[in-house]
Design a binder for this molecule. Structure first.
Ligand SMILES: [Zn+2]
Length: 79
């Protein structure tokens, strides 16, 4: 993992949602952003896996959180 802790990834807080940066995507090379709730950030900070911290998050966004690969880029790579 590129980021030491989840809080290193938080760029901003907008309307109570934490904006987390994701790692450069291996398809397009761009970083991305995901919205997380403060509760999800707290769970991740406590060491939870993303699927535990955000079970309701779509799987493709959890994949982006882990690997940085955007959902649309995942389709291009592995479609
Ligand atoms: Zn991408």
């Amino acid at each position: 993992m590129f980021y030491a802790t989840i809080t290193d990834r938080i760029l901003d807080t907008i309307d109570g949602m934490e904006i987390a940066e994701t790692e450069p995507c291996m398809q397009c090379g761009c970083r991305g952003m995901l919205e997380l709730t403060p509760e999800q950030v707290a769970a991740l900070d406590a060491g939870a896996f993303i699927q535990e911290a955000a079970p309701e998050m779509p799987a493709e966004l959890r994949e982006q959180f882990v690997s940085g690969i955007h959902p649309e880029c995942w389709t291009k790579l592995f479609g």
